[in-house]
Design a protein around this ligand. Structure first.
Ligand code: G
Ligand code: G
Ligand code: MN
Ligand code: NA
Length: 256
């Protein structure tokens, strides 16, 4: 497959794979708490390819392993760089980790290595996983998640509320953060159950001692509604699109 060969080459080339960063905002104060790293592939002839298209390819070819490790290292390095001027205001970096990466029993060792190499404190790195990772209810999987917790990184469930699963896994797994899927945020003001569902997720987080992050906030009214519900953090186009590193760094120095 040509695209797989291209991806293998891109991993050995500087500049084809880049990270964009979307700020996360504390809803109560409006301050930037950190960023979510989102990978982009600038293909030399096909132009920009969305991760929605090449992550599945990376998973099926095993390239997700070096790709995931590169994303972790680059996002962590960037977080340390941005934190240097303001050590009193700790930034967190959220990284998407695919289910296939959690299948690697050495994922905790890879994460620990990245933290040691970059000097990022463990609690400032948040690994985002989908509910499907937690539905993979095996001893190996549980051991990987517990080791990651032992290292001290944060664990978040991405797209929360959309997975085909029971809530029982929240009892078994050491989750820190629920990211409310943007489909609930989208219709939060309409005559649909979505506002009630968003509120219920926020309350679930509060009762279980988990932070809640709302994704896909595009409008002021959505921001207000979520803040009123007590949702801790938000992200979305209303605040900022995912930005190249240079622009994200500028936003940090010079908030709008
Ligand atoms: O940024 P964008 O909306 O194009 O992302 C599309 C999808 O790709 C999202 O589901 C997002 O979580 C995923 N994604 C983005 N960056 C990464 C990454 O570094 N690793 C993994 N596994 N998924 C990513
Ligand atoms: O699956 P995950 O939640 O990681 O996906 C993140 C994706 O959501 C990224 O591709 C990002 O570009 C996209 N995204 C971020 N903010 C918004 C938003 O406000 N609206 C929409 N429609 N997409 C968003
Ligand atoms: Mn995500
Ligand atoms: Na999501």
């Amino acid at each position: 497959l040509q695209l797989a060969a291209d991806l293998r080459r891109a991993l050995e080339t500087t500049g084809e794979l880049v990270l964009h960063y979307q700020p996360t905002i504390e809803l109560r104060s409006g301050t930037v708490t950190g960023f979510e790293a989102l990978v982009r592939w600038r293909h030399p002839t096909r132009g920009e390819i969305s991760p929605a298209d090449f992550i599945p390819l990376a998973e099926s070819t095993g390239l997700i392993r070096p790709l995931g490790q590169w994303v972790l290292a680059e996002a962590s390095r960037q977080c340390v760089e941005w934190s240097r001027p303001a050590p009193d205001r700790p930034l967190t970096m959220a990284v998407n980790v695919s289910g296939r990466q959690f299948d690697q029993t050495d994922l905790p060792a890879i994460v620990a290595g990245v933290l040691a190499d970059t000097g990022l404190p463990a609690e400032r790195l948040c690994l985002e996983m989908t509910e499907s990772v937690l539905m993979n209810d095996t001893e190996e999987n549980l051991a990987v998640l517990l080791s990651l917790k032992q290292i001290g990184v944060k664990l978040a469930i991405d797209d929360f509320g959309t997975g085909y699963s029971s809530l029982a896994y929240l009892r078994r797994f050491p989750v820190d953060t629920l990211k409310i899927d943007r489909s609930f945020v989208e219709r939060i003001g309409g005559a649909t159950p979505d506002a009630a569902l968003a509120r219920t997720i926020v309350q679930l987080g509060q009762s279980l001692g988990m932070a809640t992050v709302a994704e896909g906030i595009e409008q002021y009214a959505q921001f207000l509604a979520l803040r009123r519900m007590g949702c801790d953090v938000g992200q979305g186009y209303y605040f900022s699109r995912p930005l190249p590193a240079r622009e994200a760094g500028a936003l940090l120095r010079d908030p709008a």
